[in-house]
Design a protein around this ligand. Structure first.
Ligand SMILES: CC(=O)CC(=O)SCCNC(=O)CCNC(=O)[C@H](O)C(C)(C)COP(=O)(O)OP(=O)(O)OC[C@H]1O[C@@H](n2cnc3c(N)ncnc32)[C@H](O)[C@@H]1OP(=O)(O)O
Ligand SMILES: NC(=O)C1=CN([C@@H]2O[C@H](COP(=O)(O)OP(=O)(O)OC[C@H]3O[C@@H](n4cnc5c(N)ncnc54)[C@H](O)[C@@H]3O)[C@@H](O)[C@H]2O)C=CC1
Length: 280
C-alpha cells in the first residue's frame, strides 16, 4: 500500500515516520524543498535518538529511511492508495488541496485529513468522492502517541472507515471512532484547558513555571499546559479555539486575548523558538 503525506511540519513528519517505521512506502510532500528537507531532518534525528538508546540499529534506521520518498510535486500522489493531509489548520487551504488531490488520485484512493478540529464534511465537499474522505487525527508526537481519532463526515462510507481503522492498527495505533463535532473528543477537552492556563497567566495568578508545575505534580500530566501549548503550536491552539467558538457560538470557548496576541507576535512555541518559554 502506498501512502502520500501532504505537509512535512510537526505532524506531517511524525506521520511519515509512523508509516515508514511500519514498513509502508511513503512519499512526503510539501510546497518547498527546504520544508521537505526540514521534515526529513526531524525524522532522521528522531530515529538517531532511538539508535543511541539502543532501541534500533543503524541497519533498521536506514531501512526505515529507504521507505521514504521526498516530493515537491503534488502530482506524485497519483499512485497513492491513501493520502494523509497535515497542512496548516485552515479550511480554505485544506479545501484547495483536497480538490487538487481529487483530480490527481486514483478513483479508489482514500483522502484522510489530520485536522485538529475542522469539519470533515466541509473538506469532503471540495471533492467528488465525499464517501472516501475521512478524519485520521494523530497526536503529537505522532510516533509516540498511541491514539488516532477516526472521524466520519456525513458521507464517509463504512468501507473507508474500516480501511482507515485497519491501517491505524497496522501502524501500531489504538483508534477510537468519533462523530463529527468541533474539536472531536481530545481537543474539546484539552485546548480549553490550555486556554484557561493562558487566562491564569494573564491574570497574574501564577508564573508560567508554577502553572505547569502545578498540573504536572497535582494532576500527573506529563507536561504542564503552557509547555504543552508551545509543543502543539499556538497557531494550532488558537485555530482550534476559534473553531470551537465559531461552531458552537458558546462564549465559554472564547480564545483568550493573550493567546491571540502571542500568535500575532509569532510566539508560536517550539517551532519558532519562542512561546510561553524561550527555546533559543
Ligand atoms: C493539537 C492536536 O490536534 C492534538 C494533540 O496532539 S494534543 C497533544 C497531545 N500530546 C501530549 O499531550 C503530549 C504530552 N507529553 C508527553 O506525553 C511526553 O512529555 C512526551 C511523550 C512528549 C515526552 O516524554 P518524555 O518521557 O519526557 O521524553 P522521552 O523519554 O524522550 O520520550 C518518551 C518515550 O517516547 C519515545 N520517543 C520520543 N520521541 C520519539 C520519536 N519522535 N519517535 C519514536 N519514539 C520517540 C522515547 O524513546 C521514549 O521511549 P521509552 O520510554 O521507551 O524510552
Ligand atoms: N501540532 C500539533 O500538535 C497537532 C496538529 N494537528 C493538525 O495537523 C495539521 C498540521 O499541523 P502542524 O504539523 O502542527 O503544522 P506545521 O505548521 O508544523 O506544518 C504545516 C506544514 O504544512 C505545509 N503546507 C502549508 N500549505 C501547504 C500546501 N498548500 N501544500 C503542502 N504543504 C503545505 C507547511 O509548509 C508546513 O510544513 C493541522 O491541521 C493541525 O491542526 C493535529 C494533531 C496535533
Amino acid at each position: 500500500m502506498k501512502i502520500f503525506v501532504v505537509g512535512c511540519g510537526t505532524m506531517g513528519s511524525g506521520i511519515v515516520q509512523c508509516f515508514a517505521q511500519s514498513g509502508f512506502s511513503v512519499t512526503m510532500y510539501d510546497i518547498k524543498e527546504e520544508y521537505v528537507e526540514r521534515g526529513y531532518g526531524l525524522i532522521n534525528k528522531s530515529l538517531s535518538k532511538l539508535v543511541e538508546k539502543g532501541k534500533m540499529d543503524e541497519e533498521k534506521k536506514n531501512n526505515i529511511l529507504n521507505n521514504i520518498t521526498k516530493s515537491v510535486n503534488i502530482e506524485d500522489a497519483k499512485d497513492a492508495d491513501v493520502v494523509v493531509e497535515a497542512v496548516f489548520e485552515n479550511m480554505d487551504v485544506k479545501k484547495d488541496i483536497f480538490s487538487k488531490l481529487d483530480a490527481i488520485c486514483k478513483e479508489d484512493t482514500v483522502l484522510a485529513t489530520n485536522t485538529s478540529s475542522l469539519s470533515i464534511t466541509e473538506i469532503a465537499a471540495a471533492t467528488k468522492r465525499p464517501d472516501k474522505v475521512i478524519g485520521m487525527h494523530f497526536f503529537n508526537p505522532a510516533p509516540v502517541m498511541k491514539l488516532i481519532e477516526i472521524i466520519r463526515g456525513i458521507a464517509t462510507s463504512d468501507e473507508t472507515f474500516e480501511k482507515i481503522k485497519d491501517l491505524s492498527i497496522k501502524i501500531g495505533k489504538d483508534p477510537v471512532e468519533v462523530k463529527e463535532s468541533a474539536g472531536f473528543v481530545v481537543n474539546r477537552l484539552l485546548i480549553p484547558m490550555i486556554n484557561e492556563a493562558v487566562a491564569l497567566l494573564a491574570e497574574g495568578v501564577a508564573t508560567a513555571e508554577d502553572i505547569d508545575k502545578a498540573m504536572k505534580l497535582g494532576a500527573n500530566h506529563p507536561m504542564g499546559p503552557l509547555e504543552l501549548a508551545d509543543f502543539i503550536g499556538n497557531d494550532v491552539n488558537l485555530a482550534i479555539m476559534e473553531t470551537l467558538y465559531n461552531e458552537t457560538g458558546d462564549p465559554k470557548y472564547r480564545p483568550h486575548p493573550l493567546l491571540r496576541k502571542m500568535v500575532r507576535a509569532g510566539y508560536l512555541g517550539r517551532k519558532t523558538g519562542r512561546g510561553f518559554y524561550n527555546y533559543k
